[in-house]
Structure formats: structure tokens, C-alpha cells
Design a protein around this ligand. Structure first.
Ligand code: 9MG
Length: 331
């Protein structure tokens, strides 16, 4: 799958909307490879998307799960509680995450936790600019800018970031599509229903997995039309962004479906409130075990990038999973 010899599938399920119904049909891989069942017209292009090797992102080969470490430069971020507001502390935190094995450092200056108030582009750049400028010349890890604003994307690209992470999938700011295209950088397109202030007010989907897959497909088309090729896009179902506990669990259980979009897949489940709701863990800092479980669920379904707070712990969990996985594949 996605060019990875260690991730194989023996059967595939084709899920289609027919009128108001969702129809699911299962096929054995051998039958598909022998030419495919005649009723499954869309299968060849889906299969091509599933199997095609993913291009490296910002120079990182996607032949194993990559870790994106979270660097919040906000006073109110839900997990860091403002501890890393000062640039020096954020820089030190980023370097610590890099030393622990982060492949990417995701630097954000606007909290997107539920209920958070927006900040303007000037204030956002005041927070993240010094951190990016300090890290760019001395960091091996790739730098990602977590922003919804075209102006911040533009300045971050100039300062040397390698990746744009937009939780609005380039919809929040009308200038984002064109700006992101002009930077030539890879872009994470994350699904969110509503904006951070209102997104947890009764989120609703007909079928959460299919609706989000279709939504991301439409965003990919918008990006391609704006000049951003699919090979530079990473899709993300947006765990916790306008989703109930049931929605989040359904998405985690069906991550492999998103490979059908033909892009690398990213998830961010680390310390999120659905873990708290599921396990009765009120404090985000106590949600490491649930975060590790979510990371391994992603790895087992071929997710290429895991956005995490706890890089060292996730690295250890992935090493055990990967060791056992490879031993089983070639005993
Ligand atoms: C900024 N941010 C917070 N949560 C996130 C998630 O789940 N995915 C991405 N791409 N960004 C996130």
C-alpha cells in the first residue's frame, strides 16, 4: 500500500453512495488483480491511488511513520498551558523534541482548541516568527507552520519552513490557496466542521467517514486547480475538530480509507479531549497512554505522519510495533 512493501491488503471494500444509501462490497485482492469485478467501475483508479508510492514530503521518505512534534507558541494552548509562550522556551522545547526523534516540528501561534479566540496575523507572527527564524538555520528536523492565514504562511515560507499545516484546509483566508501554491511547499489539508469557537456545538454527519473523505477529495481538487499538485498534499481527517466521541472513534477505525485519496495521511490525536471523554481522564497531561494507542492505530493503517506532543514515548511505542510487525512479515 502507498508504495510500502510492509503494508499489504488481502481484500478491499468498495463503499459507494447509491441515492440515499451507502453500499459496501468486499473483494478479494486476487480477484481485483485478475481484472476486477465488472460492477466495480471506480476500482482501478482507487487501486492506483491506494498502491502508488507517495512522494517524499519536504525531503522525508514516507516509508515508515514520521513524527511531527507539536510546538505551541500560544498563551492558552490546551496541552501546554502557556508554558512555551516565550520564544526561548519554545525554541528549547523544539530542540528537545528534535533530540527525541521528531522528523517535523509543527510551530503554531494561534490556539485551535475548542472555544479558542482567534488572533490577528501580526500577533501570530510576533509569536512564531522568532521561533522559526532561530530554528531554521540550526535544525535538522523539517519545520512546519501551523496557521490558517496567508500572510503568516508567506512570511514563514520566506523564513525557511518546509511545510504548511492548515486546520482549515486553505479555506479560512481567501488568499491562502494562491499563497500556498506560490510557496511551492507541501500542505496539510485538515478537515474541520465549523470554526474553533463553535465546532463542538452539535457536529453532524450523514456518514462521518465518507463525508470527510468526500470533503477532502473536494479540497484536493480545489488545490490542484490552484496549482498545488496532489503529490504535495497531505490529508488529515481532523480528529477532535467538530466531532463527537463516536465520530472520532469511527474515523480512527477507518483511517485506511483515506489512502484512497492518493495522498499521504496525517493524524493528530495526541492528548485530545476524546481520550479524556472515553477514559475519564480530565487532565490533558494524563492522556499519554490513550495518545500512544491512537498513534499505533494510525501506524497499523499506514498513516504516514503522526502529530504528537510526546515524541520520545511515541517513538518507543512505534519501535515495538514496527519490530513485531516486520518480524511477522518475514519470520
Ligand atoms: C494544529 N492542530 C491541532 N490538531 C491538529 C490535527 O489533528 N491535525 C493537524 N494537521 N493540525 C492540528
Amino acid at each position: 500500500m502507498a508504495g510500502r512493501g510492509d503494508l499489504l491488503f488481502a481484500a478491499a471494500e468498495l463503499i459507494e453512495r447509491e441515492g440515499g444509501r451507502v453500499v459496501r462490497r468486499s473483494y478479494m485482492a486476487a480477484d481485483i488483480l485478475a481484472g476486477g469485478p465488472s460492477e466495480a467501475a471506480g476500482l482501478p483508479s482507487l487501486l492506483d491511488n491506494l498502491r502508488r508510492p507517495r512522494a517524499p514530503i519536504a525531503g522525508l521518505a514516507l516509508d515508515r511513520p514520521r513524527m511531527m512534534g507539536i510546538v505551541n507558541v500560544t498563551p492558552d494552548s490546551f496541552a501546554d498551558g502557556g508554558r512555551y509562550l516565550a520564544s526561548d522556551a519554545a525554541i528549547a522545547h523544539a530542540q528537545q523534541l528534535e533530540a527525541e526523534g521528531a522528523d517535523i516540528l509543527d510551530i503554531g501561534g494561534e490556539s485551535t482548541r475548542p472555544g479558542a479566540d482567534p488572533v490577528d496575523a501580526e500577533e501570530e507572527w510576533r509569536r512564531v516568527g522568532p521561533v522559526i527564524e532561530a530554528l531554521a538555520p540550526r535544525t535538522r528536523a523539517r519545520l512546519s507552520i501551523d496557521t490558517r492565514k496567508a500572510e503568516v504562511m508567506r512570511r514563514a515560507a520566506q523564513a525557511g519552513v518546509h511545510l504548511i499545516n492548515d486546520v482549515s484546509a486553505l479555506r479560512h483566508d481567501p488568499a491562502s490557496l494562491e499563497t500556498a501554491a506560490r510557496t511551492g511547499l507541501p500542505v496539510v489539508l485538515m478537515h474541520a466542521q465549523g470554526d474553533p469557537r463553535s465546532m463542538q456545538d452539535k457536529p453532524h454527519y450523514d456518514d462521518v467517514v465518507l463525508d470527510i473523505c468526500d470533503w477532502l477529495g473536494a479540497r484536493i481538487e480545489a488545490c490542484e486547480a490552484a496549482g498545488i499538485p496532489r503529490s504535495r498534499l497531505i490529508v488529515d481527517p481532523g480528529i477532535g475538530f467538530g466531532k463527537t466521541l463516536a465520530h472520532n472513534l469511527a474515523l480512527l477505525g477507518s483511517l485506511s480509507l483515506f489512502h484512497g485519496l492518493g495522498c499521504a495521511v496525517l493524524i493528530g490525536a495526541s492528548r485530545k479531549s476524546f481520550i479524556g471523554r472515553l477514559t475519564g481522564t480530565a487532565d490533558a497531561d494524563d492522556r499519554l497512554p490513550g495518545s500512544l494507542a491512537a498513534a499505533l492505530i494510525g501506524a497499523a493503517q499506514g498513516v504516514q505522519v503522526l502529530r504528537v506532543h510526546d515524541v520520545a514515548a511515541t517513538r518507543q511505542a512505534l519501535a515495538v510495533w514496527e519490530g513485531a510487525w516486520r518480524a511477522q512479515a518475514s519470520p
